[in-house]
Design a protein around this ligand. Structure first.
Ligand SMILES: Cc1cc2nc3c(=O)[nH]c(=O)nc-3n(C[C@H](O)[C@H](O)[C@H](O)COP(=O)(O)O)c2cc1C
Length: 295
């Protein structure tokens, strides 16, 4: 399916874009109005854009339904300060509750059952239950349009961070311990839990050889996936064959399939793919190189 955005209704644009562009982190924004009334609302049009200066941006949109603006935006235009409370799995249902369209005078901390905690540098209170919160000053609000659905970029400088001690190992955040949630399309969310986290090795100083520099037999493999090729091509140079490399399983493959080279290559590639799925890139290379040598 190919879609031209100019032919879509606003609701369809929302449907496709919000399902495709995800998961989006959730900024649970606490703001105050000029009378000191507190507001707390979630926004998933949100991300980190700069480290120096430390800038995050979120976007309270004009409502599609009636083109009205959100209390959060009105508050920020009056008092340009916000606390961004990060949302973890244990608080996602209450966070969603806070997104109800309560009246201006209603304090969503009370409605959603969260506890206020005083911030250090800004006036809006923090959500005590949130394990990571950012005290921010608003540098600029940039409207992206005047129609319903138009976003308003709230460009924030982070002044202070509060990080729960339970997330830390030697002063650094253990990603496995911070069960962030993120928004997808419609009612879908996802949970960043230890079981679905994985790491991708990214050398910063050394440049990977690239898929185009892989030996032909690897590049044309019917077994090795795009991810497998990406891992193999991320090495700085094609590794040398290690004469000391000794692998029982590989020896068995060589023996068993000695009269059938095509089957042998298939088995070796399956074995290399298994090693790669375990993060054993150097071993996978040795297995593939050893096979190239005997074939
Ligand atoms: C997880 C989540 C993410 C949301 N993200 C956005 C968003 O990025 N932009 C937006 O305008 N509304 C978003 N909403 C809807 C607002 O939270 C909702 O309109 C809320 O009533 C605004 O409150 P306010 O008028 O008190 O600021 C989101 C709702 C939820 C539950």
């Amino acid at each position: 399916m190919i879609l031209d955005l100019k032919d879509l209704t606003a609701l369809d644009k929302q449907h496709y874009l919000q399902h495709i562009i995800g998961p989006r982190p959730i900024c649970f924004a606490s703001t105050i109005n000029s009378e000191g009334g507190v507001n707390l609302s979630p926004f998933s049009f949100f991300n980190l854009f700069s480290i120096q200066p430390p800038i995050v941006i979120f976007s309270p949109s004009r409502r599609l339904r009636n083109n009205t603006t959100k209390h959060t935006l009105q508050n920020i235009l009056a008092i340009p300060e916000v606390v961004i409370n990060m949302v973890t799995y244990d608080m996602v249902q209450q966070t969603s509750l806070a997104s109800c369209e309560y009246g201006k005078e209603v304090d969503e901390f009370i409605k959603a059952g969260f506890t206020k905690e005083k911030a250090i540098r800004v006036r809006p209170p923090m959500v005590k239950e949130s394990k990571a919160k950012l005290e921010c000053k608003v540098l600029e609000v940039k409207p992206l349009g005047t129609e319903g659905g138009a976003g308003n970029l709230v460009i924030c400088e982070v002044l202070h961070m509060h990080i729960d001690e339970t997330l830390l190992d030697n002063g650094k955040i253990n990603q496995r311990k911070l069960e962030l949630v993120a928004r997808l399309g419609g009612d879908w969310y996802c949970k960043v839990s230890a079981e679905n986290l994985f790491q991708v090795a990214k050398p910063n100083t050394q440049i990977g050889i690239g898929v185009d520099s892989l030996p032909e037999s690897i590049r044309q493999s019917k077994i090795l996936s795009g991810n497998n090729l990406g891992q193999l091509a991320n090495v700085h140079e094609v590794p040398a064959v290690h004469p000391s490399f000794d692998d029982e399983h590989l020896k068995n493959i060589f023996q068993y399939y000695s009269i059938n080279p095509a089957e042998m290559e298939k088995e070796v590639h399956l074995y290399a793919a298994k090693l790669l799925s375990e993060g054993k890139v150097q071993e996978a290379w040795q297995v593939l190189l050893a096979t190239d040598n005997i074939m």
